[in-house]
Design a protein. Structure first.
Length: 225
């Protein structure tokens, strides 16, 4: 479902990603693990189409969505056309919009009744439907995470990218949400890249862990649940 080949990215003199290669099968949850600040989030941003690499290629479902410095012209498919959901570490919710408006923000090509139904379905699954009229500032940290996840799932993406979504939560809430996330991954048969620096979190959620080090994937191993 996701194929990353020969990815390189530098910021000034600092080479963050160096010939990174990663394959993710359809329906697989891969935990991308490594210390903070070594390029994991940069990798997600390139897969999502939010950042251009210096070189390398990203394919989704066999289609090239990013290609730089290869033969022929560069390719950069718009993020909205990649079929991805993206849950960021800081949630990136719109503070002036209600929960309902945040969840429906990315829905396109549907009439008003279909948009509302899609949003209500995903909010009910995440048990936040009763919060639909509130603003993000009126929510707890865990509720905000659920809203961010609902917004990412509402367009029914094939792939979900998650960038350390539980880092800011206390341990008890993190444990609770880990169980819920794994159930959602299985229920919706999502292909997931889950970035974290927490090995326990990765082992709890992922089918396979890819270890990020020195700008590339240094190894990977499967996890039994």
């Amino acid at each position: 479902m996701i194929s990353i080949g020969g990815l390189c990215k530098a910021f000034g003199e600092r080479q963050v990603i160096k010939d990174l290669n990663l394959e993710v099968d359809a329906g697989e949850v891969v935990g991308l693990v490594g210390p903070s600040g070594i390029g994991k989030s940069t990798t997600l941003n390139i897969v999502a189409g939010l950042m251009e690499p210096d070189s390398g290629e990203v394919k989704i479902g066999g289609k090239t969505v990013t290609r730089f410095a290869g033969p022929g012209p560069n390719v950069m498919v718009h993020p909205a056309d990649r079929g991805l959901g993206y849950v960021m570490q800081d949630n990136a919710l719109f503070p002036h919009l209600s929960v309902m408006a945040n969840v429906t923000f990315g829905l396109r090509g549907l009439d008003a009744s279909a948009v509302r139904k899609r949003a209500m379905d995903v909010m009910e699954m995440l048990r936040i439907a009763d919060l639909k009229g509130l603003l993000p500032g009126q929510l707890s940290g865990g509720q905000q995470k659920r809203v961010a996840l609902a917004r990412s799932l509402a367009p029914e993406p094939r792939i979900l990218l998650m960038d350390e979504p539980l880092t800011s939560l206390d341990q008890e809430l993190r444990q609770h949400l880990m169980g819920e996330l794994r159930a959602i991954f299985d229920r919706l048969d999502l292909t997931v890249i889950y970035v974290t620096h927490d090995n326990f979190e990765a082992r709890s959620l992922a089918d396979r862990i890819a270890v990020f080090g020195s700008g590339r994937i240094s190894g990977s191993f499967f996890v039994s649940h």
